[in-house]
Ligand binder design. Sequence first.
Ligand SMILES: Cc1cc2nc3c(=O)[nH]c(=O)nc-3n(C[C@H](O)[C@H](O)[C@H](O)COP(=O)(O)O)c2cc1C
Length: 201
Amino acid sequence: MPNEPSPFDDLKLAHDVVWNELREGMQKPRHAFHWPTLCYLDGFTPVPRTVVLRDLNRSEKRFEIHTDARSRKAAVIPKAKHASLSFYDPRKSLQLTVMGRIEMLDTRKDYTELAWAKLNLATKTIYANTIDPGTAMLEPENTTVPVDDMSTEDLARARKNFRVLHLTADRLEVLSLKGNHRRLLFDYGLAGQRRAAWLAP
Ligand SMILES: Cc1cc2nc3c(=O)[nH]c(=O)nc-3n(C[C@H](O)[C@H](O)[C@H](O)COP(=O)(O)O)c2cc1C
């Protein structure tokens, strides 16, 4: 029996479907797209890191990720300037790859403060660790501050360590392996001059 028509047979519909999935992924921790892999170059080494998709702006093609200022990636990404995000939903056999420019926001600007204000206390504790992430330790140790023990001092330290990353997509590639295999490329180009095409999967 031939495969059902799929949204990936229509470039415009496919684009809507993909961005709706991304929005759902951003909103729902149970959605596979909530946990993309961020890739960037550290020198010549491509580094993949699982991250949380914290926010999304479709018109700006912008993906928001949060990180700790003391992490290696916070030192490397401002130099790397380019990064990609890879999303995979096994239930839908759907892979999305976003390639673009990445920046770490100036922590004094209002945007970082707004993003911080939206986080719950449990999430804020992530940034209150007393030992810098990546520090070698002679034995395993708990470095996280339990949420019930968070003092004003811990909270101030966490806020200081909190950073927002914005990846602005230049290209979005879609691969759907459910039913007929479909591969699509959306090239966002300059000033919204979007080009879309199917590619051989
Ligand atoms: C499920 C999961 C979610 C994660 N989310 C983030 C995140 O949103 N931001 C982040 O910086 N690291 C996140 N991490 C940790 C990174 O993958 C990485 O291990 C860590 O940031 C250390 O990276 P570094 O090399 O920059 O020190 C997450 C890890 C897992 C397993």
